[in-house]
Write a protein that binds this ligand. Sequence first.
Ligand SMILES: [Zn+2]
Length: 95
Amino acid sequence: MIRAEVRKKAVALYPEAVSWGRTNASQHAGFQVLWAQYDHVAPHSAGGTNELDNLVVTCAACNFGKMSYRLEEIGLLDPREFPIVVSHWDGLERF
Ligand SMILES: [Zn+2]
């Protein structure tokens, strides 16, 4: 994931290469998939709670793609059933 401050710096330095507008179509896909969001496993619209056991970290593309579907409706596995993956990705902090 990339912090907003890092993304803003990249956009300021390379506005033609990495756009970041207010709409999905104007946001660089590479930054969208590195944009950390949280999502409700059981959709909020279907009664899913805001309790931690119903929340997962996801990228924007996965969050928007899942929308308000239940995992079983779209054939996704429950991410809470997999071990946590420790990453050495630095979020472009050295940028
Ligand atoms: Zn994703």
